[in-house]
Design a protein around this ligand. Structure first.
Ligand code: EPU
Length: 339
């Protein structure tokens, strides 16, 4: 029997540590729990929110609906010659899955070490770090369609992955719940070391022929040095996306700011480093009330303790305004704003 609780604090279910309440809350431990839940028509009418690790959301008020906390577990793998097929429950912690693979020598996920959040959330925004994105290892996922009560398999093409984007955030938003994800990995490492900080740190450690374990450890080291640990300082990783603009828009900015950090983004487009833009506006490490930006990475907004979601949100608006005033570039929030 499913247990539906009422007025549940979500403080421990969002990495920002914002203290809001959910009117209804249910823990989903098996895919079939979803079938059971949505057999009751009342849950079709009400606003719903699916939470995995709660690591990419900011609540600005109590949630007057049903929160589904995804807790479907299990990791399995099958090896065929050099290929490794891994399947994981959506409620598994992303980094536990990465460790499972790295420990067994299954290559492909090492650059994605220590990203907070759950496996089920990983396709939604096509998580990525240090030159690798989820789509590089993704094979397919199984999702529950709320309207019909049926399960559907999504191939990589079906997911329409883009930079921190997928079909689940766009045309199919709110319609499906991911219950498990399959990955294609390999027993042969094909290391992606093009990210400068990785090479640097490998050199510092005197490692010239790195294994996937080395890369995983180095990535974890870089993340820990740059990003605040949500278990001590509430945050949701990068708060904004790195903006992508046209080369025509970029040229005049580059003339005024020759040092601007930028990366080619194909098709006459340029990606800017939002952290750099924010730092140039003087925000890095600033504390404003209970919130602020992280001292080592201005793209990360933090809860220094007791911040409300509204406070963090208002602060993010100040940043958007000042980046726009200085550079004429509009930052978009990467974190989901709930409320
Ligand atoms: N920078 C600054 N000041 C800052 C922050 C960054 O000048 O305060 C400069 C850095 O020196 C560097 C550039 O901006 O030249 C890029 O910084 P970084 O390498 O830290 O990466 P990022 O573009 O800010 C993205 C992802 C991160 C991911 C890293 C590493 C987005 C929105 N963020 O950050 O992902 O870990 O690359 O690959 O794409 C997340 O999405 O939550 C996240 C943490």
């Amino acid at each position: 029997m499913l247990q539906i609780q009422q007025n549940v604090s979500l403080k421990n279910f969002n990495t920002f540590g914002v203290d809001v309440k959910a009117r209804y809350f249910v823990e989903i431990n098996h895919a079939d729990d979803l079938v059971e839940l949505f057999m009751d028509p009342q849950w079709h009418q009400i606003e719903r929110l699916v939470i995995g690790g709660g690591s990419n959301m900011l609540f600005i008020e109590d949630f007057d609906g049903l929160v589904l906390h995804m807790n479907i577990r299990g990791i399995e793998h099958r090896i065929n010659h050099n290929e490794v097929f891994v399947e994981a429950g959506g409620g598994e912690v992303w980094n536990d899955l990465v460790n499972y693979c790295v420990q067994r020598g299954f290559a492909g996920m090492e650059n994605l070490s220590l990203i907070p959040g759950s496996v089920g959330a990983s396709p939604i925004q096509n998580i990525g770090a240090y030159g690798v994105e989820l789509k590089d290892v993704f094979s397919s996922c199984k999702a529950f369609e709320i309207a019909t009560g049926k399960f559907r398999t999504f191939s990589k093409a079906d997911c329409e992955f883009g930079y921190r984007e997928s079909v689940f955030k766009n045309t199919l938003k709110g319609q499906y719940i991911i219950v498990s994800v399959k990955f294609d990995l390999s027993l042969t490492a094909n290391l992606n070391l093009k990210y400068g900080a990785i090479e640097q740190e490998l050199q510092n450690r005197g490692i010239s022929e790195p294994t996937i374990k080395d890369v995983s450890q180095v990535v974890a080291h870089i993340r820990v040095a740059k990003l605040p640990d949500p278990s001590t300082i509430g945050n949701a990783g990068s708060f904004f996306k790195n903006p992508v603009i046209t080369t025509a828009e970029f040229e005049p900015i580059k003339q005024n700011y020759p040092d601007i950090v930028n990366y080619p983004a194909g098709d006459g487009l340029v990606k800017l480093a939002a952290g750099w833009l924010i730092e140039q506006c003087g925000w890095r490490g600033k504390v404003v009330g209970n919130t602020g930006t992280w001292k080592n990475q201005a793209l990360v907004l933090v809860n220094h303790g007791g911040a409300t979601g509204q406070e963090v949100y208002n602060f993010s608006s100040l940043i958007i305004d000042s980046v726009y005033t200085k550079f004429g570039v509009t930052l978009q929030r990467e974190v989901n704003i709930i409320g």
